[in-house]
Design a binder for this molecule. Structure first.
Ligand code: T4K
Length: 386
């Protein structure tokens, strides 16, 4: 690859600066709860911290039921099973592989729908063409915490008597209009993985306003138990442990502070990187809530004069671990790649995105340094490395 020697101009970060570094606050508060868990020797199975977390999350999201789970992937799987989904489910391919795998693992067929390039979310105008007699649900994903077109999807689903479920893995603390994500469709599933805005190391939650569904999910999460020695249905172990819940509780009172940090970083990236041809940082609707956890650069190789992959390589050379989520798209991954799909917008977007580091593991100086690196790479217009 022909390119200037950038290391002459810039320091390489001593430690990797990563997309997905966990947010960490209030170690003391967390350690206090850990000590309490150890002292009381109550580690899991609907313990006091899991219950407290569920109550506090439910109140924060304004949703009736919040069911904590061990991770979002299992959360999705148990939701699909409890909802009794059959046949095929329509979902976007522009998502993390877990969304598709969760369906496939429990024997459902996936039907990938293309996205709207403006929102990166499923394009509702394409849904009806995909619905057939075997379709049982639409599974939207609020990619980057930007809400799916919930009202339009609801109408289409009602016309065809389909369930609507959302993968809200990215969307904790985000809203659609004034309503917090967590309240849409039949149910929504959040991820609290380490890399997420709000984390419990590993973990997640299913939220719903449907009493009956909530009851069934709670039982399914715990092997199908309805009470001691009373198994009422099939079930599995999808429980969250106490130590995970305590991490969540330690973070929960700092949500605003974390959003403010992310927003400040986002604004620097936006201001410093948006003036180049072919380069844009995605927008968030100022009238909606977002956690600003995803700083997503879209790079048009022809206009910017540098390929997305060359930019990522350049950043990695400087210890900035930017990511190309979601490359190459679920439909190109095993076991989905053997079928033919027409997903032009998804394929275009998969070749354009660069995710940049944010969160409270970095500060504005680090973000400014990363902007310097990107500006340098673009100005010197490194050519694609084929
Ligand atoms: N739906 C969507 C839309 C999702 O994005 C995800 C998860 C799910 C469903 C499923 O949720 P969970 O079942 O996980 O609750 C990571 C995460 O493992 C995954 O949870 C996440 N999405 C996905 C977007 O990112 P990888 O394969 O990229 O992980 P990895 O190991 O490469 O780490 C990502 C970055 O984070 C690296 O730069 C390193 C950094 N990192 C990671 C960990 C775990 C840290 O700095 N510290 C850490 O502890 O999938």
């Amino acid at each position: 690859m022909a390119r200037n020697n950038p290391k002459k101009h810039f320091n390489v970060f001593d430690e990797p600066v990563c997309v997905g570094r966990p947010n960490l606050v209030n170690r003391q508060e967390f350690m206090c709860m850990v000590n309490d868990i150890l002292d009381r020797r109550w580690y899991t199975n609907d313990g006091k911290y899991v219950k407290k977390l569920e109550n506090e999350l439910g109140a924060y999201l304004g949703v009736k039921h919040c069911i904590a789970v061990c991770n979002a992937t299992i959360g999705l799987e148990i939701l699909f099973q409890v909802c009794g989904l059959t046949g095929n489910v329509i979902l976007p391919s522009f998502t993390f592989i877990a969304t598709a795998h969760a369906l496939t693992r429990i024997g459902l067929d996936v039907k990938f729908c293309d996205i709207d390039p403006k929102t990166h979310n499923i394009d509702p105008n394409l849904l009806e063409k995909l619905i057939d007699d075997e379709t049982s649900a639409i599974l939207g994903v609020h990619v980057w915490g930007r809400p799916s077109k919930v009202a339009q999807i609801k109408k289409i689903a009602a016309r065809h008597d389909l369930k609507v479920l959302y993968d809200a893995a990215h969307a904790f603390g985000c809203s659609s209009g004034n309503t917090m994500i967590g309240n849409f469709g039949n149910a929504e599933v959040f991820s609290f993985h380490a890399t997420k805005f709000f984390n419990t190391f590993e973990g997640g939650a299913i939220t719903t306003n449907d009493d009956e569904l909530a009851l069934a999910l709670r039982s399914f999460r715990n092997f199908g138990f309805l009470g001691a020695d009373n198994v009422g249905s099939l079930g599995t172990n999808a429980k969250m442990a106490e130590i995970n819940a305590s991490m969540g509780l330690a973070l929960l009172s700092h949500i605003k502070e974390l959003v403010d940090i992310n927003k400040a970083h986002y604004q620097i990236y936006k201001d410093r990187l948006s003036s180049f041809d072919g380069v844009s940082v995605i927008d968030y609707n100022p009238n909606e809530k977002n956690n600003y956890q995803y700083v997503v650069l879209e790079l048009d190789e022809q206009l910017a004069g540098i390929s997305r992959d060359a930019l990522i390589e350049f950043l990695h050379d400087h210890n900035v671990i930017a990511r190309r989520y979601f490359y190459p798209g679920c439909h190109k991954a095993t076991p989905y790649h053997t079928r033919k799909y027409s997903l032009p917008e998804t394929e275009l977007l998969c070749g354009k995105t660069v995710l940049l580091p944010t969160g409270n593991s970095v500060n504005i100086n680090v973000v400014s340094e990363i902007c310097n690196l990107i500006q340098h790479a673009i100005k010197t217009q490194m050519r694609p490395s084929e």
